[in-house]
Design a protein around this ligand. Structure first.
Ligand code: FAQ
Length: 314
């Protein structure tokens, strides 16, 4: 019986039909999606912190408005994604608890500090650029609520990428100091952005099954390669050098070759020992604790309204 259901389920996926919340699905499919979507939601929420750090110091009013809008968009993405995960049977408080206690993962990239204004440009160009590369295929994910949430997320991420690129383009036409700030920032963000795609295919335990279920449409290494190919050309426009002496065009493959990623650094950050892991979790826990009165007030208000309604009915 179970086997039969599983065959029907896979056949649906193979025909590019969406799986919806009330459809039968294997436990492992549900578990994989809860893991990926909740980690993705946490990444959006924690991802607000490095950029939020620069809102008060944005160099012009226009930059401040754009940055505020971007950071608010990330909060919205987190909320769509938590809602998508909830359709799989996990509740939001459990997900928050997993984040706050350090049980849940979120993207390694947000454990790096934003040290200069150019970092806001680099996040837009490289971090949002990598996010788009990874997330556009997720609009075709087999799970309906996740795929639909990603359509809007991707539209907004494209705007984010362009605002970052424009910040860097301006710096590239600026003073000597501005050009140096740009290059220094790209030097720091390049490798962590490359790590966002996750471990190489040979070391990615989830990829094979997620590809079969069409949650993932490309492997980690395939997306990383596309990212390098696009960024190399964009770096020329910005007049910056990517900090990898091994990048060069490979005629035979039709792609750029690139150097070895420092996987020890990646796993160290994923395990909680990156430059800002502790600070990020503390910030999220503080925000949660300080927001307790808002949640309590909202619950009290909802209870009052429900009581009033019940009285009227009686
Ligand atoms: N960081 O077997 P795989 C953004 C973990 S949003 C930390 O390859 P999978 C927007 C992975 O979870 C950025 N951990 O795993 C924004 C797994 O551990 P687990 C987030 C990582 O799931 C921009 C283990 O390693 N995007 O940037 C990372 O098949 C600017 C083995 O890996 C998403 O979440 C990592 N980088 O592939 C916001 C997109 N990579 O769970 C603010 C959706 C891997 O078994 C400002 N997610 N791990 O304990 C995905 O596409 C996938 O989950 C991957 C990983 C590709 C991230």
């Amino acid at each position: 019986m179970e086997r039969n259901l599983e065959e029907i389920f896979q056949a649906k996926i193979d025909k590019e039909e969406k799986i919806e919340p009330k459809d039968w699905m294997p436990d492992a499919y549900r578990k994989t999606l809860i893991r990926q979507i909740s980690q993705h939601a946490h990444s959006e929420i924690v991802g607000m912190l490095p950029e939020g750090n620069w809102i008060t110091r944005a160099p012009t009013l226009r930059r401040k408005v754009a940055l505020m809008a971007k950071v608010q968009d990330e909060a919205g993405h987190g909320l769509y994604l938590y809602s998508a995960a909830e359709t799989l049977g996990i509740d939001r408080d459990t997900m928050f608890d997993q984040l706050h206690t350090g049980k849940a993962k979120y993207s390694s990239i947000f454990n790096y500090p934003t040290l200069s204004w150019a970092d806001i440009g680099s996040i837009g160009w490289l971090v949002d650029g990598a996010a788009i590369m990874n997330q556009v295929p997720l609009c075709r994910c087999s799970y309906g609520p996740y795929a639909r949430a990603m359509v809007r997320v991707c539209k907004e991420e494209s705007f984010h990428q362009r605002q970052g690129f424009e910040i860097l383009l301006n710096l590239s036409k600026g003073s000597k100091e501005q050009k140096e700030m740009l290059q220094e920032s790209v030097n720091r963000w390049w490798w962590p952005a490359m790590m966002m795609f996750g471990p190489g295919d040979a070391d990615s335990p989830n990829s094979q099954q997620s590809m079969k279920w069409k949650i993932k449409r490309f492997t980690n290494d395939e997306l990383r390669q596309k990212f390098v190919d696009v960024c190399y050309e964009q770096a020329k426009v910005l007049n910056v050098t990517l900090p990898d002496p091994d990048i060069k065009w490979n005629e035979e493959r039709g792609h750029y070759d690139f150097g070895e990623i420092n996987w020890d650094e990646f796993w160290n950050v994923v395990k909680g020992n990156g430059p800002c892991n502790k600070e990020r979790l503390e910030a999220r826990n503080k925000a949660w604790d300080e927001g307790a009165w808002v949640r309590d007030a909202a619950m009290a208000h909802a209870e009052k309204r429900a009581n009033r309604k019940n009285k009227k009915v009686a």
